[in-house]
Structure formats: C-alpha cells, structure tokens
Design a protein around this ligand. Structure first.
Ligand code: PMP
Length: 402
C-alpha cells in the first residue's frame, strides 16, 4: 500500500492524541477533527473575555461582534455568496433545514408538490415530510440509478408544474456520489420551484460557487468543515430570503415590539433569534480561514488518491458489496455472510473508528435491502497508514467471522 502522507496531519493535534490511544479515525463524514488554529481561536475568545454580540457597546462586546461578523464575511467568501447578508448562522445543518421548512410554509397550498430524493439524510427528509403532512402537500421522492445518482429521466418526469420546491443533497453521506445538481436545479427552475441544496457533505470536499450553482438556498455544517459543533450555515439568494417567514422569536431579531404586535428584522439577523453560538461561529471563522489558505488542488489530489486506495483495498475483499459507486470522501459496504454490527465490533476492538448503522438514511437502506452498513470516511488529515491499519484490522476481523 502506498504511504500517501498528509501534509496537513500535524495541523490537527487530535490525530496524534488519538494515535497515542491506539485509535485510527476514519469517521470524518460524521464529524471532523479540528485544526490547532480553531482550538486556539476558541481558547482566545474565552480567555480574552466572552461577551454577547450585537448588543453591548463595551470593548469585549464590540470585539466579539467584530469577530462574529468577520466569520460571516469569511463564509460569504468561502461559498462565493454575493455578500454577507446572504449568510444566516444556525445551530447546525439540521436547524437550517428546519428553518426553511417552517420559514417557507407560507409559500405552499394544499396539493402543491415537494420533491426530494431517495438518498436524503433524515435532516433533509423529515422537515419536508412533516411540512407535507402539516399542509396537505405531496412529497415526491426521486429514484436513484444503479450508481447511486439521482436518475435524471425520472426526475424530468416527477418535477412538474405543481412542484413548488426541490430539496436535494449535493453529496450523499452514504453513497459518496456528487449529484447532478446543475440538471436537477434547471428542471426545478423551469417549473418556477424553489431549490434547496443540502451541502453538509459536499461543502467539505472542494470549493463552492453558489452564485454559479444558482440554488435558492444552500445549507452546510461547521463541525464537518473542521470547525466547532453547534453551528450551521444557511445561504439564501436575496429574493429567496425575502420569501421566508420568521420562525424563532426572541432577542435581537425584532425591529420593534409592543405587547401584541411586532416588526421583525430581515435576514440575516431576523433569523438569528436569541444568543447565537458565538464561540462556535468565531471558531468556524478560523476553520474557514484555515481552509482558504490551503492549496485546494493539492488537498483534492490527496483526497482522491486516498479514496482510490480505499476503493482498491475494498474491491479485493471477497463478498464485499459497495453501496453505490462512490466518487469521493467515503465508502459504505456490507459483506456477504457477515453482520455489519459484528464486524464493527471487532474493528472497534482494534481501535478503528468507523461508523456502522443506517447513517440517518433509513429509507435509502430499506431500498437497498439492508438494515445497516459500515462506512469508512476520510478527512484531509488521513493518510495511507490509516488505511493500512484499517485493512489489516478488517482482515483480522473477517478471519474470525468467516
Ligand atoms: N445532511 C447530511 C448529508 C449530513 O451528512 C448531515 C450530518 N450527518 C446533516 C445533513 C446534518 O448536519 P448537522 O449535524 O449539522 O445537523
């Protein structure tokens, strides 16, 4: 096996700490480790003096507000939004999608159609499923082809004049395939439907250009992007943001209120009620600045080489069935005659941190005819030695199980 060292591994202190405990971390699609610059930024914020944002005139308040808003600027740059006013901070990708499902409900009438795909994470399924139930809407599910891509012929049939919204993932957290977003978004736009892209996995692997992509809304998550947990990003085109109803009510989102009525701020602050996750946002700013300064082509080449090595190793295992035809970042699989929970157990015993289960995509696993799968997922800090340890542990485990 080729060693494939990661030039960025030393930036992430947790990798050495985990190695000292005999752990090999291959679960970055669930959450990623954090670079030292993020840890330092969090520590600096708390040790210099925490303060609430957008409220106080005192020095710590002003400093916190400046750092918080600097992250909005970094996020706008990172996603190639047109300006900071298009970026709303949420408490995760899940909250961002729930914000949309509540914020957009005034846009739909009974009988209207929402379209998602068969590969959606529960975070991009349940908010729409529940919205459809609340409002008597029809939820269509786009089927997949044999590679794990949304089938465009079927999509052209199912996205029609009653479609009011299309919500799809950019990169599946189970199948590891880039979805044909340009074609799907064009189909939805041709019907005048709103478009939502779940970029929780896609945002991690390569730079985004949301103006070029042309979706109405895009959602991603700090903790997968090497930033702190508890923070998500919601991007919206200005025209689309103007269609959102306010959904959470409280401090700092109001222009004026009396006891019986109120006027609310527009996006972004009107959708950031209450004290936001200040430290988390500031830490995300550090993560985005770190990512922006990395050589993007070299990171992409490293991730591609590791992924190819992962697929080559898996393809040599008799009876192994890959889910879909993954292109990047991860591979999920089952092995004939072996229960994936037993395999996960034996891998865990050997210090291999991979994920087993339904990956918050139960209907997809049902369609694939399985109840659980193992997933190996990669971050930019993983290297060939991580894969070598994984494959050696896998051999050992299969030796016991078969
Ligand atoms: N969508 C996808 C595709 C995901 O993989 C995840 C996280 N597993 C989410 C949404 C939810 O993200 P968060 O953890 O930030 O709520």
């Amino acid at each position: 096996m080729v060693p494939l060292p990661s030039p960025w591994r030393a930036d992430f202190p947790a990798l050495a700490a985990l190695a000292a405990e005999g752990q090999t971390y291959l679960d970055s699609a669930a959450t990623a480790q954090k670079p030292q610059v993020v840890i330092d930024r969090l520590s600096q914020y708390y040790s210099q003096g925490a303060a609430n944002v957008h409220r106080a005139q005192h020095l710590p308040g002003e400093r916190a507000t400046r750092a918080f808003e600097a992250c909005r600027a970094s996020a706008a740059r990172w996603l190639k939004a047109s300006d900071c006013g298009q970026i709303i901070f949420t408490r995760g990708a899940t909250e961002a999608l729930n914000l949309l499902a509540y914020g957009l409900q005034g846009q739909f009438q009974a009988g209207d159609e929402l379209v998602i795909s068969a590969l959606e994470h529960h975070a991009n399924l349940l908010p729409w499923q529940q919205l459809a139930r609340r409002q008597g809407l029809t939820l269509h599910v786009l089927p997949l082809d044999e590679h794990g891509s949304i089938d465009l012929d079927q999509a052209a049939r199912l996205i029609g004049p009653r479609t009011r919204l299309l919500a799809v993932s950019q990169l599946s957290n189970v199948l590891g395939r880039w979805q044909p977003l340009d074609a799907l978004l064009a189909l939805a736009r041709a019907q005048g439907a709103l478009t939502v892209v779940d970029g929780a996995q896609g945002a991690v692997h390569g730079r985004q250009d949301l103006q070029a992509l042309g979706c109405d809304f895009y959602v991603c998550s700090s903790h997968k992007l090497y930033g702190p947990d508890g923070v998500g990003l919601l991007y919206g085109r200005h025209k689309a943001l103007a269609r959102l109803q306010h959904w959470q009510f409280g401090g700092e989102m109001v222009l004026h209120t009396g006891y019986v009525d109120a006027q609310f701020r527009p996006a972004p602050l009107g959708f950031e009620a209450g004290t936001p996750p200040i430290a988390g946002v500031i830490g995300l700013g550090a993560a985005l600045d770190y990512l922006e300064n990395l050589p993007g082509a070299a990171v992409a080449a490293h991730e591609a080489a590791l992924h190819a090595q992962l697929l080559a190793g898996l393809s040599a295992i008799p009876g192994l069935r890959l889910l879909g035809n993954p292109e990047i970042a991860l591979a999920s699989f089952v092995i004939e005659g072996v229960h994936s929970a037993d395999l996960a157990h034996l891998l865990t015993d050997q210090g291999i941190a991979v994920r087993n289960g339904h990956h918050c995509a139960m209907p997809l696993l049902d369609r694939l005819g399985i109840s659980g799968a193992l997933r190996v997922s990669l971050g930019l800090y993983n290297d060939g030695d991580d894969l070598a340890r994984f494959f050696s542990a896998l051999d050992q485990a299969l030796g016991l199980l078969r």
